[in-house]
Design a protein around this ligand. Structure first.
Ligand code: SF4
Length: 332
C-alpha cells in the first residue's frame, strides 16, 4: 500500500476491515449530453463508455444504443416493458460476470455495486429504483456507487439514492468534473459549469451521500496555475475522494480528430507525474485517492501509446515523491 497519498485500498480496509472490490455494471443508460444533438457530448467521450474488463463482451463492432435512447429519439421505437425487462436481465448477467471474475481473483473480500457506464441517473426515478434494487438484490454489498454528471441529479433522484443508506454501509456518487477551470470545461465541451458541480456536491452532502470527483490532468491549455486552481476548488468543496486521470485520446472521439490534426497533445508519463504531484500536494490529505491514471483499453487508445502500466506508473510516482519528500496535502 502506498504511503505518500491517501491510498484507496488502505482506506477501505480501515473503514470496513477488509478489501472491497466493485462490481462495475452497465445499466443500459445513455447520457443527456451525448444524445442531445445541440450539445454533442464531451470531446473525449467515445461510443462505448467506461466499463470493467469483465463487462467488455460486446466491444467488437459494437455501437452503443442504450435502451433509454429509444425514449428520446423519435425515429426509434419507444422503449417498452420488454426492453426494460431486458435491462434488468442484463443487470443480473453483469453481476454474475463481475462476481465470477472477482471471486476467482480476490476471494474472501467484500463487494460493492458500481453503476459505471455513462450517466447512471439518466432515467425516471421509478426505473432507477428498479435497476438499483435489482443489482442490490443479488447479494450483500458494502457500498452502492453511482457515476453521473453534476447536472443530472434532481432532488427526487438524490432522495432515492439516500434511501439506499439503509441497505448498504455507504452510498457514493462519482461526479465527472475534470477541471476547476471554466475555460477547460468549455474546451472539453462538458456542458455544465463549475457552479453546477458545487451545487450537486452540497445537495448530495445534505443527504449524507459521499462524493468522488473525477479530474483530468494534462488538459490542453492548462499549466501549473490551472492545476492549482482545480486543487483549490477541491480543497474548498472537499469531496470525500478524487479519481485522477491523465488525458487519453480515444479513437473515434472529437479529441481524436483534433489530435490527428496536431491541434492537441497529451502528457507523457513524466509530465503526468509532475502534474499529479502538484495536484496532490495542494489537496487535503484526508481526501481518498481512488485512481491516479487512466486505463483505456489498448485497442481503443490512440494516445499516449507509450504510457506504462499502472504498477510501473505508481512505483515511479512514489519514487519521485520520495525524492522530493512530497506528501499529499503538504502544501495545502
Ligand atoms: S458526461 Fe460522460 S457519458 Fe456524457 S458525454 Fe461526457 S463523458 Fe460521455
Amino acid at each position: 500500500m502506498w504511503e505518500r497519498w491517501n491510498d484507496y485500498t488502505r482506506y477501505l480496509i480501515n473503514r470496513y476491515g477488509r478489501k472491497v472490490y466493485r462490481i462495475g455494471l452497465d445499466g443500459g443508460f445513455s447520457c443527456p449530453h451525448r444524445i442531445n444533438k445541440y450539445s454533442g457530448g464531451c470531446i473525449y467521450c467515445d461510443s462505448q463508455g467506461a466499463s470493467s474488463v469483465y463487462q467488455r463482451v460486446k466491444e467488437s463492432g459494437y455501437t452503443r444504443q442504450s435502451h433509454f435512447e429509444k425514449n428520446i429519439d423519435e425515429s426509434l421505437p419507444a422503449e417498452d416493458e420488454t426492453d426494460f425487462e431486458q435491462r434488468l436481465v442484463e443487470i443480473d448477467e453483469g453481476v454474475k460476470r463481475g462476481k465470477a471474475y472477482l471471486d476467482r481473483r480476490f476471494p474472501d473480500t467484500g463487494r460493492s455495486i458500481y453503476f459505471q457506464s455513462y450517466t447512471n441517473t439518466y432515467d425516471s426515478v421509478e426505473h432507477l429504483r428498479l435497476l438499483y434494487d435489482r443489482a442490490l438484490a443479488t447479494g450483500d454489498y458494502t457500498e452502492l456507487i453511482i457515476s453521473t454528471r453534476p447536472d443530472c441529479l434532481s432532488d427526487p433522484v438524490i432522495e432515492l439514492l439516500s434511501s439506499y443508506r439503509e441497505k448498504v454501509s455507504s452510498v457514493w456518487v462519482e461526479l465527472g468534473l475534470q477541471s476547476g477551470n471554466e475555460d477547460s470545461l468549455k474546451f472539453l465541451n462538458r456542458g455544465h459549469t463549475v457552479a453546477s458541480y458545487v451545487d450537486a456536491v452540497h445537495r448530495l452532502r445534505d443527504k449524507d451521500i459521499e462524493v468522488s470527483t473525477h479530474m483530468i490532468l494534462g488538459i490542453p491549455g492548462e499549466g501549473d496555475r490551472e492545476i492549482l486552481n482545480s486543487a483549490d476548488l477541491i480543497r474548498e468543496v472537499h469531496p470525500e475522494a478524487v479519481k485522477i486521470h491523465n488525458l487519453n485520446v480515444v479513437a473515434s472521439t472529437k479529441l481524436y480528430e483534433m489530435y490527428k490534426k496536431g491541434e492537441v497533445d497529451v502528457p507523457n508519463m513524466g509530465e503526468h507525474i509532475y502534474n499529479t504531484i502538484l495536484f496532490l500536494r495542494h489537496i487535503p490529505e484526508d481526501i481518498v485517492i481512488q485512481r491516479l491514471m487512466s486505463e483505456t483499453p489498448r485497442h481503443r487508445l490512440a494516445a499516449p501509446r507509450d504510457f506504462p502500466d499502472k504498477g510501473y506508473f505508481l512505483t515511479s510516482l512514489d519514487r519521485v515523491m520520495k525524492t522530493q519528500n512530497a506528501m499529499q496535502g503538504d502544501r495545502v
